[in-house]
Design a protein around this ligand. Structure first.
Ligand code: HEC
Ligand SMILES: [Cu+2]
Length: 359
């Protein structure tokens, strides 16, 4: 704007045209199909971490020897059925006791193959269990029914999954080891990234870890792989792998939850509703989920275990920071997690403004 005031009109027009072109190019690049959309249903999964090839090779080896021995046993059986068929009514079965050589072979060969599978699996397992010391640290929290991801080295950054749409939930640099330290706030979940061939249970009351090194830039699917309640199948997200030099800036950008200049407070509140996982338990259309619906909540007379209250700013703030102070009648099953330290006053104000629009 200021630039255009200093320029001649033609120059300004040219600059504006250039800017539009650049913006168009950027939108085109952003629209480029993510890897899974270019896959046909028959394609195999992308091998997007350093573990993927090893896991696939061992798996193929096991499938290969299973198919080989299946065909061998079936073929020999068919041949013997034909060769030793009964030739006449009075033919007697010859008396065969055993054959030491063959019995030794059919025990020893599978035993050797099983040891090969064990040692191969153990070597890969150890590699996947012991993370390198210089790994990027990531904290993962599973909740019914969303993931929260935090980075101890990037304070304030928080990414979440959403039950309504799959969005970027984990952002990692390419070619650098990443270590996940995971726990659950409620039930058993399981953190699963098929393209990386990693999966581990996420358990309440203890920490489990996983590590990987991504080898491809792109977006990959992330799932909860443990049935954890009625929205289990919506506990999904995307892993975004970036070039290392873009990682820190992109993470700061994706992790901040701030009002955009053009955004109303209520619209910002709606974004918080889906970005911070409120949508996992609160509906906007009047139907109760794990928690009460937000439709018609503002200025409603709510009945709680501490008696009747009018839903106003203070009650909502208390419900978010200390959810157990007053528990709404009929919602004593799953507890709402406290958002103390995760949402500040600005966020809460935006949420309240959003709730006021839900008549
Ligand atoms: C794991 C499920 C869960 C999540 C996630 C959740 N809540 Fe709740 N929420 C509940 C339950 C259950 C109740 C009712 C029990 C109580 O009052 O604590 C509740 C009650 C409330 C109430 C009071 C509603 C009323 O009818 O009086 C408000 C306000 C609220 N939540 C806001 C939020 C906000 C804001 C978020 C996201 C930042 C959120 N909740 C995320 C489960 C959840
Ligand atoms: Cu789960």
């Amino acid at each position: 704007m200021i630039l255009s005031m200093l320029m001649e009109p033609e120059q300004a027009a040219q600059a504006a045209a250039d800017a539009t072109k650049a913006a168009e190019a950027a939108t085109e690049a952003a629209k480029a199909a993510p890897p899974w959309e270019t896959l046909s249903p028959w394609d195999t999964l992308p091998q997007a971490s350093t573990f993927a090839e090893g896991t696939d090779a061992l798996y193929l080896f096991i499938v290969g020897i299973s198919v080989f021995f299946f065909l061998l046993v079936m073929a020999v059986q068919a041949y013997f059925m034909w060769k030793y068929r009964r030739l006449s009514e009075d033919q007697k079965t010859s008396s065969i006791t055993h054959n030491g050589k063959i019995e030794f072979l059919w025990s020893a060969i599978p035993a050797v193959l099983l040891v090969v599978i064990f040692v191969w699996g153990e070597v890969d397992f150890l590699k996947q269990t012991v993370p390198p010391n210089d790994a990027v640290q990531v904290r993962v929290t599973g909740r019914q029914w969303f993931w929260t991801i935090e980075y101890p080295d990037y304070p304030g950054v928080q990414l979440t999954s959403s039950v309504d749409e799959s969005q970027v939930t984990l952002m990692v640099p390419k070619g650098q080891p990443v270590q996940l330290t995971m726990t659950s706030e409620d039930v058993l979940h399981s953190f699963y990234i098929p393209a990386f061939r990693i999966k581990r249970d996420v358990v309440p009351g203890r920490y489990t870890t996983l590590w990987f090194e991504a080898t491809q830039v792109g977006e990959f699917n992330l799932y909860c792989a443990e049935y954890c309640g009625d929205q289990h199948s919506a506990m999904i997200g995307k892993v975004k792998v970036l070039e290392p030099e873009l990682f820190a800036a992109a993470l700061a950008d994706a992790g901040k939850l701030e009002q955009e200049p053009s955004e109303s407070l209520a619209a910002f509140g709606e974004r918080i509703y889906s970005r911070r996982g409120c949508n996992a338990c609160h509906s906007l259309d009047g139907s109760p989920k794990t928690g009460p619906t937000w439709k018609g909540l503002w200025q409603k007379n709510e009945t709680t275990d501490k008696g009747a209250v009018l839903v106003d700013d203070n009650y909502i703030k208390e419900s978010i920071l200390e959810p157990n102070a007053q528990i709404v009648n009929g919602f004593t099953g799953v507890k709402m997690p406290s958002y103390k330290g995760q949402l500040d006053d600005k966020h809460i104000t935006a949420l309240i403004e959003f709730m006021k629009t839900l008549k």
